[in-house]
Design a protein around this ligand. Sequence first.
Ligand code: HEM
Length: 193
Amino acid sequence: MDTPAPVPAEERNSGTLTYALLAIVLVVAAIFALNSTAVPNHWYGLFKAIHVTFAVLWVGGGAMITILAIVAERANDPLHIAQVARQAATVGEKFFAPVGLVTFLMGLAMMFNTNWGWGKFWVVIGLVGYAATFAIGIGLIAPTVKKLQAMIEAKGPTDPDAIALIKRVMLITRVDSALLLLVVLDMVTKPFS
Ligand code: HEM
């Protein structure tokens, strides 16, 4: 039977440091949220802390993917573009989708813990924005990525049809990122309310 290769000490230390930092952030976040003086109650403070932190990870991550895609496109290197597209597809499904869902649920949780009212412009834009990004993800990005994966398997990432499809996915994610930024601006400024 093969004995598993030992994990190098450097890798172990890096993992320990990551978990330690995460634990510190979680503890400080809970202390801040539960002692906030700018929210109606503790629950609202906790939901808002999670809502905004997850929104930052979601929208910031989306913006970073967009920047990487633009850099790859400018370099005009098909393998680099395909690599960014593959990474975007993985984080989109495994990270952005659940993080976006938590952001949305925390938004709803705040609404149930306050008397803002559902008819305010900024709330409607938040709901419509989430519905739109959800529809774009399920209806446009997911099927195009599936088609793309099959095409790359059949023809390789440098095939002109695959490159055209990759550029299409990148364009859709760019629109999605712009939409999310608009929702953030709407939430921060709360216009017409
Ligand atoms: C596309 C998804 C969303 C993103 C990226 C997002 C982002 C944000 C951000 C950045 C804030 C902080 C604003 C500030 O404190 O100045 C915020 C606050 C808030 N969001 Fe969202 N949001 C989203 C969806 C929603 C939804 C669907 C709802 C519920 C209808 C919602 C309800 C709220 C509430 C109640 C606040 C707190 C307002 C306050 O206490 O001042 N959000 N959101």
